[in-house]
Design a protein around this ligand. Sequence first.
Ligand code: SF4
Length: 246
Amino acid sequence: MRISINQQEIDVNPGETILEATRKTGINVPTLCYHEAFGGQGMCRMCMVEVKNGNTTRLVAACTYPIYEEIEVKTSTPAIEKIRRNIVTLLYRTAPKSEFMEKLYKEYNCVENQLSIDQDERCILCRLCVKACEEIGSSAISAIFRGTEKRVSTPFDEAATMCIGCGACAEVCPTDAIELSETDEERTIWNKTFAIVHCERCGQAFTTKEQLDYIVSRTGIESNVANLCEDCRKKNLAARINQFNQ
Ligand code: SF4
């Protein structure tokens, strides 16, 4: 089916979200809580766009709006830019330690800057970290408390038994709010320190013991392959295919 985005006609698949349609067309719609691995959450509202369907015009979150009708979309209007500027102002006040938010704050020409609750805060509560942890099956972190006290943490702020130290939460965080420190031997995240496993073949540090055990239990991967880093696994597979073909 065909829809129009910023007066440009484009083909979309029914059910595709407006955000997906804009991304494949190269039209930029800003997001904070969206990650292509998990889809949209509709939390941050940065991706608000204007949708005209017949005689009705309304603002919707592009990341969660599925397209089933021939709509007209505008991704930038004075009203939309004002919403985005307000969101950026609010989030920068919430997380003034975040360089990422500071950059956005300047990009959007925000003018208001009142004192934030915590000057050291970098988290904007987009919950991408919580989503990532759920997707890998650990659910070790969640949003705790309410109102101005709300934040993401492990249960009782203690080292979470469910955490396998994979670092996926830190990887997806747009504002670098999750502290992860690592040496060749150890990784520390969420108040828990994990021993690092080295590849049996090349010696490269590649994962935590807990993550490796988790992968083995989930996938049933053979133990002689599990202890290899990704590069060595590929080489191992190529060698086995070669052997098979001889
Ligand atoms: S490091 Fe721990 S909290 Fe973060 S995604 Fe992995 S299991 Fe979840």
